[in-house]
Design a protein around this ligand. Structure first.
Ligand code: GLU
Length: 291
């Protein structure tokens, strides 16, 4: 039997706060309890917002929390070839299409549709679903636009994707969703519509790289905040389309601020750096997050 594999996968786009500490400590403790492995993965595909100094600060904070993880750490920006290969398979299978509409185009299109009376469908985060009008753009037209340098993202054709899925897609949830969902969860595969598989600037997206990496790293347990519960539906679908195994998922409580809001990377008072400067020790952090 291979060992259980857990991972903490922060994005180095800001300093870690108490919520990250909780996630990292929980992953680490569950891995140790299961006699398994604990990995750190740096999710830095966003070349605009991610910075090497935040990556250094993440390592510093995690060491301070007395966590140890396996080296080398997988840094996503070192592995664009892996994501490109997965993207190419989806292109080959005609499951994705180049999407050229700008945000303004999308807003305009939806406003026109809504003016006709119908409410436009929204994703679990409340954003309007992307219109599907470019799915059938003639090949020549696509090629001409790409050659003319028009920026585009690759989007999943959710109807084409659904035709490849036989039966119900679900996952094992050991934590719970926002409405208390737990146990066997049916993936809501249409929830995100034609979601982005590869962005304009990089040959991947959060959703694509996370499933490719979880598979390459042999992750068996994905333990992360409940804010990513609904994203799991899209990840299960991509795993199915790419023939990748499904880990078990545990979505944990979010640590909230005094006003009941999710912590953000710009709230300095709950940043680990600020807490450390205020004299707190790792065991205080554990107590604050209930571990
Ligand atoms: N990189 C993501 C974040 O920092 C976490 C991804 C995951 O755990 O699946 O929110």
């Amino acid at each position: 039997m291979s060992l259980p594999v857990f991972r903490f996968a922060p994005s180095p786009n800001g300093p870690l706060h108490l919520g990250h500490a909780y996630s990292a400590l929980l992953n680490h403790d569950l891995a140790r309890q299961a006699g398994g492995r604990f990995l750190l993965r740096i999710e830095d595909i966003d070349r605009e917002r991610c910075r090497p100094q935040f990556e250094r600060a993440i390592r510093f904070d995690l060491e301070w929390l007395e966590l140890d993880w396996e080296e080398p750490v997988r840094r996503q920006s070192d592995h664009f070839d892996d994501y490109r290969a997965a993207l190419d398979r989806l292109i080959e299978a005609e499951l994705v299409y180049p999407a050229f509409l700008s945000r303004g185009d999308v807003r305009g299109f939806i406003a026109e549709e809504e003016a006709q009376g119908a409410d436009w469908p929204r994703d679990p985060d409340g954003a309007p679903l992307y219109p599907t009008i470019e799915r059938r753009l003639p090949r020549r037209e696509r090629q001409a636009r790409i050659e003319a340098g028009a920026p585009f993202a690759w989007r999943l054709d959710i109807d084409a994707a659904m035709e490849r899925v036989s039966g119900r897609l679900d996952w094992q949830e050991q934590g719970s969703g926002p409405a208390g969902e737990t146990g066997t969860i049916a993936a809501d595969v249409r929830a995100w519509g034609d979601f982005v598989i590869a962005r304009k600037d990089v040959p991947t997206s959060y959703q694509l790289s996370v499933v490719v990496d979880d598979a390459i790293q042999g992750v068996t347990h994905v333990v992360r905040g409940r804010d990513l519960f609904h994203a799991t539906s899209g990840q299960r679908l991509l795993q199915e389309l790419l023939g990748l195994p499904a880990p078990v998922y545990l979505h944990h409580d979010l640590i909230l601020d005094d006003d009941g809001r999710k912590l953000s990377k710009s709230q300095f008072d709950t940043g680990l750096d600020a807490l450390r400067s205020a004299g707190l020790e790792p065991h205080d952090i554990r107590r604050m997050v209930g571990l």
